[in-house]
Design a protein. Structure first.
Length: 66
């Protein structure tokens, strides 16, 4: 299991991957941030994933954003 990758749920439909990255950037270097979209409609499914460069940063973000 990758401890640098966080699941992020209950996202607003309007949030983009770039906005998600900006939201978590205060906790450390972000390698990737993606909001999952419905294939048929292109609309956000309300969740995504943020991958940090360091496990410690991911842990800090998880505890503070929870």
């Amino acid at each position: 299991m990758d401890k640098k990758k966080l699941f992020v749920g209950s996202l607003p439909w309007s949030l983009s991957g770039e906005s998600l990255k900006d939201l978590f950037a205060q906790y450390g270097e972000i390698v990737d941030a993606v909001v999952i979209s419905d294939r048929a409609t292109g609309r956000s499914k309300g969740f995504g994933f943020v991958t940090f460069a360091k496990e410690e940063d991911a842990s800090k973000a998880q505890s503070e954003m929870n």
